[in-house]
Design a protein around this ligand. Structure first.
Ligand SMILES: [Zn+2]
Length: 224
């Protein structure tokens, strides 16, 4: 999806209420055309006595990238963390310093997000990553109706098949073998973890995948 202004505004309000407890003041939001950065918060600084104060914030989200919705959302939240730190007049150790990482890790844990400190990792490089690599992907139907994926390290697929249902409440698991570059963006997991994804979004990337079946001993490509 490519974000529109109405979409980003709605998401800003949603995440402000849900994640930031409504602490963020509204700010001008703009849809940009950057090819290198998905998002950014701009601001000015001024001296107030001996202190530096940040003010005049603007949030920009680029519409140049066609990304899965959860990545667009993660980008918006990432920028909202910057905005939260700056508008609270807090000084971090660096742009993605200690404070940023603390907040980010907290949000990832509390809300099942996959924010990263790199603007790049949700940006153009991902979209341009067309390198064909082998992936073993487990698609999980969670008990609450959501869909998640795990890209398993090849050496761990048996443990993963066994352990995922022990760590998560799952309704079903389907395994695929695929070379689709979409999955390059996920780490090849060696321990049970699940990345949430929209089912409809995921379907697009599984059209050329081979479904696998487990016969109690090994995985085989399922006969259609
Ligand atoms: Zn950042």
């Amino acid at each position: 999806m490519k974000p529109t202004l109405a979409y980003v505004q709605a998401k800003f309000n949603e995440f402000n209420a849900k994640i930031f407890k409504g602490k963020l003041s509204p700010l001008p939001i703009r849809i940009g055309v950057s090819r290198t950065r998905l998002g950014g918060v701009s601001f000015k600084r001024r001296k107030v006595g001996t202190k530096t104060e940040f003010y005049n914030f603007k949030l920009t989200i680029s519409q140049r990238f066609d990304l899965p919705e959860h990545e667009v959302e993660d980008t918006i939240i990432h920028e909202m963390i910057h905005y939260y730190i700056l508008s609270s007049q807090l000084h971090d150790t660096s742009p993605h310093g200690k404070l940023f990482r603390q907040l980010m890790n907290h949000i990832n844990q509390q809300f099942g997000r996959h924010l990263s400190i790199s603007h790049r990792s949700t940006g153009e490089e991902l979209q341009n990553d067309t390198h064909k690599k082998e992936h073993f992907v487990c698609v999980s139907g969670l008990a609450d109706g959501r869909t998640g994926i795990t890209v398993s390290a090849k050496t761990r697929i048996f443990q993963m098949r066994r352990d995922l249902p022990r760590y998560f409440r799952l309704q079903k698991m389907t395994w695929y073998w695929t070379f689709n570059p979409f999955f390059n963006r996920y780490p090849h997991s060696i321990s049970p973890r699940i990345y949430l994804i929209e089912e409809a979004e995921l379907e697009k990337y599984l059209t050329d995948a081979k479904e696998l079946e487990y016969d109690g001993n090994c995985f085989k490509v399922k006969k259609q």
